[in-house]
Design a protein around this ligand. Structure first.
Ligand code: SF4
Length: 72
């Protein structure tokens, strides 16, 4: 897979518990909104690998990585 391709992360706001773990691993790509839910920043400010780590670290599985046309 091309690491330079476009990608984004969807946040399941119902699942997100606001732990902030994704912001630890990908601080340039996620912020909290005023409900302490994660919001993905477009364009992301981190490498794709950092986003993958954030996804794996999310305690509630609230994040879905979408690379180009497919979910991974
Ligand atoms: S790590 Fe998961 S639960 Fe925590 S703020 Fe990010 S998306 Fe929400």
């Amino acid at each position: 897979m091309a690491e330079g391709g476009s990608w984004r992360v969807e946040v399941d706001r119902e699942a997100c518990m606001g732990s902030g773990i994704c912001m630890v691993y990908a601080p340039g790509s996620f912020v909290h909104d005023d409900e302490t839910k994660a919001v993905f920043q477009q364009p992301p400010g981190d490498p794709l690998d950092a986003a993958r780590t954030a996804l794996e670290a999310c305690p509630t599985g609230a994040l879905t990585l979408i690379v180009d046309d497919g979910e991974v």
